[in-house]
Design a protein around this ligand. Structure first.
Ligand code: P6P
Length: 344
């Protein structure tokens, strides 16, 4: 039985809580069981729990490294571990999630007691190298349906293109905490109100501008780029006001922060393959795919430079890809100048 696709309510819901917004979206779907709605609310609960810990990090001595390293070979910070554990524990409740794969764990976590038909992929705390210098970090998530007619899911159940996701989004812990969510029908932002302990709809129907004037890439890697990427970056720095050049350069070094700014202001974010990261640095399942899902739902674009991100079929949970996302015109220009290809 194909689960009807969820869509948000028609009339403006400005000021509605996230739970209300999700619930009212469900009421519009004939035959909805409430499982998807309940799973989304569990993810929102995880975001609330992580938000409170992130906001207290400076006070509660949960900064600093644990001394361990994760499957990426990166030093693990306490907040990383805490966010990962909170997310998994929250998703395990209510039984709608059959398994979850996160950046922090080498293998997926399966919930055999669950009768749920959903899989979650997540980067529980992206940008963790910025935690102890108080720069924006975030949580990134995506949701797939899974077929339970063959019994429990397996790791292979996760190795599907991002186009098969039914929802995706992220939480940015910045000057305020904002949860950005898409179920494929538009993109909506919810801002955390700590006094109420709720997320309230604050950005309805977010649209990515067709073109921006900001490019976001780690210029420190320039000597490792291909000639094509170098010529693209050089083009954006030319002084040609009639072409809207030069662009400004902004780079936080936290994907959620750089992507969030690009979603609202337009322009382009790129983490291309280079001599140090021949497959790119960012992970397909729980970084590139959820961001690509959000950007396409907001009228933006996301490619590897030659292929639509959401079409890439992962070969393993922690597969890496080159990631280029942003305004459709800026992504198309990147593809033309950096790879000599046209938009997919
Ligand atoms: P670099 C953070 O560690 C991260 O995974 C992403 O959030 C960010 O976009 C990227 O790495 C930054 O990488 O090599 O520029 O520091």
């Amino acid at each position: 039985m194909s689960t009807p696709s969820w869509s948000p309510p028609d009339v403006s819901q400005e000021g509605a809580t996230l739970e209300t917004f999700i619930l009212e979206g469900m009421f519009k779907v004939d035959g909805a069981t409430g499982a998807f709605t309940s799973l989304l609310n569990q993810l929102c609960l995880a975001a609330k729990l992580i938000t409170t810990r992130v906001r207290r990090a400076g006070l509660a001595d949960i900064l600093g490294y644990t001394g361990e390293t994760n499957v990426q070979g990166e030093r693990v910070q306490k907040l990383d571990t805490l966010a990962n554990d909170l997310l998994i524990a929250t998703l395990k409740r209510r039984g709608h999630c059959a398994a979850v794969a996160t950046e922090e764990l080498p293998e997926a976590v399966f919930f055999p007691e669950s009768k749920g038909s959903y899989l979650v992929v997540a980067d529980p705390l992206d940008g963790s190298s910025n935690i102890d210098v108080n720069i924006s970090i975030g949580t990134i998530f995506g949701i797939y349906r899974c077929d339970r007619s063959q019994g429990l899911p397996t790791t292979e159940s996760f190795l599907r293109p991002g186009s098969e996701m039914v929802a995706a989004g992220y939480v940015i812990y910045g000057s305020s905490t904002v949860l950005v969510l898409s179920t494929g029908n538009g993109v909506h932002g919810f801002t955390w109100d700590p006094s109420a302990g709720e997320f309230f709809l604050s950005h309805e129907n977010i649209r990515c501008p067709r073109r921006g004037n900001i490019y976001s890439i780690n210029e420190g890697n320039a000597q490792r780029w291909t000639d094509g990427v170098r010529s693209w970056a050089a083009h954006l720095k030319e002084s040609a006001p009639e072409q809207g050049l030069p662009y400004s350069h902004r780079y936080v070094g936290s994907l959620v922060a750089d992507a969030h700014r690009t979603l609202f202001k337009g322009g382009i974010f790129a983490y291309p393959a280079d001599l140090k990261s021949p497959k790119g640095k960012l992970r397909l399942l729980y970084e590139a795919n959820p961001m690509a899902f959000v950007f396409e739902a907001a009228g933006g674009a996301a490619t590897t430079g030659t292929e639509r991100i959401l079409d890439v079929v992962p070969t393993q949970l922690h597969a890496r890809v080159p990631l280029v996302l942003g305004s459709v015109e800026d992504v198309a220009l990147y593809q033309r100048l950096a790879h000599g290809t046209t938009a997919p």
